[in-house]
Design a protein around this ligand. Structure first.
Ligand SMILES: Cc1cc2nc3c(=O)[nH]c(=O)nc-3n(C[C@H](O)[C@H](O)[C@H](O)COP(=O)(O)OP(=O)(O)OC[C@H]3O[C@@H](n4cnc5c(N)ncnc54)[C@H](O)[C@@H]3O)c2cc1C
Length: 413
């Protein structure tokens, strides 16, 4: 490897290394078709090919690879959930992230710089000690922090008691952090493609072929494609696809927005979340201050985001980090996220035989890409939900066994 790198560096021709070694063309039929080339769809294709030996697979994407929420998020990875089912799911995902650069032979720039949740009131402190203790009981390390300890981790924070958002303390998960979102999508895509998966961009699924109550393929803007099994991993458009297949999902689609400042020298080497305000802040490897917002609380398919939410997030960020008021804002954008009433994902079978779904990650599915792909691949290959995904099946809305992370941990992202 070092020799190849040296030869590449010294070569006068500088041959560009190719991302993909194959040119994909659409076939008339596949063993498995996956709808959506975001992280979850691409990871599922990769694990199907690598772990289940199913390589006659197509991932169909109406836009471009990673152009949905996977390429729009604020890149935070963590596993600080409250219920054991969620802790198992998200921590397995973080473990997969920890080995992903090596598994894909592609640097996903995982940076376990830790994450600090801020408590702004006595009530926040009580809720966070319950939360951190629940994590420990689930085997996930978490530490409660005093105000001074928070200050040591993020010296740029305003810790004066007279600020609009006083910091009384908080807690940290040190294994949390960030990963490069495009690299995750492209790394999975490259590895899946090398195993024989077709990744077809500009191919929109417009309907489902159903025979004898089973799904038998999809209709697309490029024609009919037959498939033994079909997986939906379409995030904010999941309920649109469910409607095309003839069933309903308890999912509402909202815009979620984020923004970045101009790049500056390193000032913040952890991720700061202020659940009370919905604002969260980190610094990218390029030096930009990355700011995330709470949901625009009205359903929408417009990838914009409202001004009121933007204003609230910037105001909260500047109250926490007054020095950032001198920065120029460079870019703002939004994605359409699929929010379930209990803030937990929907994984596994649908009411249509041979049609499976992975959706409902809402504001927090980037961290779950490895496990989302892993469990979708399992159900597509075997027809049975993976044990990690079992509690998250659509069926929980009939049994009433909801996993209400929104009410429990107050997690927004
Ligand atoms: C601003 C923002 C910040 C976020 N921050 C974080 C964060 O810090 N940490 C975190 O864990 N999560 C975060 N998230 C959430 C996270 O990005 C998503 O949950 C995750 O990326 C979902 O991945 P996916 O593969 O399911 O969906 P996507 O990446 O959205 O992929 C779905 C794909 O399906 C395609 N598609 C839809 N309909 C069709 C069709 N009919 N035919 C073919 N293709 C179709 C879409 O074009 C899209 O490319 C954030 C999201 C946003 C918007």
């Amino acid at each position: 490897m070092p020799y190849r790198l040296l030869r590449f560096g010294l070569s006068r021709k500088h041959p560009e290394p190719r991302m993909f070694t194959r040119h994909d063309s659409l076939k008339a039929g596949y063993d498995v078709v996956i709808i959506g080339a975001g992280g979850h769809g691409l990871a599922a294709a990769y694990y199907l090919a690598r772990d289940h030996g199913i390589r006659n697979v197509a991932v169909l994407e109406k836009g471009y690879l990673g152009g949905g929420n996977t390429g729009r998020n604020t890149t935070i990875v963590r596993s600080n959930y409250l219920y054991p089912e969620s802790a198992r799911l998200y921590d397995f995902s973080l473990q997969l992230y920890e080995g992903l650069s090596r598994a894909l032979n592609f640097n996903i720039m995982l940076s376990q710089r830790g994450l600090v949740m801020l408590a702004h009131s006595r009530h926040d402190l009580d809720a966070m000690s319950r939360w951190a203790n629940a994590m420990r009981m689930n085997g996930i390390a978490a530490e409660l922090l005093t105000r001074e300890q928070v200050g040591a981790l993020a010296p740029a924070l305003d810790l004066s008691p007279r600020t609009r958002l006083p910091v009384l303390g908080g807690f940290t998960q040190r294994r949390a952090g960030t990963a490069r979102h495009d690299a995750v999508a492209w790394g999975y895509a490259r590895a899946a493609s090398a195993l024989g998966v077709d990744i077809i961009q500009n191919c929109e699924v417009t309907g489902f072929i159903q025979e004898n109550g089973r799904v038998a393929g999809v209709n697309t803007n490029r024609g009919r494609i037959r498939a033994e099994r079909v997986g939906i991993a379409a995030a904010g458009h999941s309920s649109v696809l469910a409607k095309l297949a003839g069933f309903r999902l308890p999912v509402t689609s909202y815009a979620l927005q984020a923004m970045v400042s101009e790049p500056i020298k390193p000032i913040l080497d952890t991720v700061i979340l202020s659940p009370g305000t919905g604002a969260y802040v980190s610094q990218s490897d390029k030096g930009e201050i990355v700011m995330g917002a709470m949901l625009d609380l009205f359903p929408s398919y417009a990838q914009r985001g409202s001004f009121a939410v933007k204003q609230a997030v910037i105001a909260a960020t500047l109250a926490l980090f007054p020095a950032f008021s001198r920065l120029n804002l460079m870019r703002q954008w939004a994605g359409i996220v699929d929010v379930v009433h209990d803030s937990s994902p929907i994984l596994g079978p649908t009411p249509i035989a041979n049609l499976y779904i992975n959706c409902g990650w809402g504001t927090g599915g980037f961290k779950a890409i490895p496990v989302g792909g892993w469990t979708l691949a399992h159900v597509l290959a075997t027809g049975r939900s993976h044990p990690l995904a079992e509690p998250f099946q659509l069926e929980r809305f009939i049994s009433g066994r909801l996993i209400d992370e929104a009410a429990a941990s107050g997690i927004a992202h």
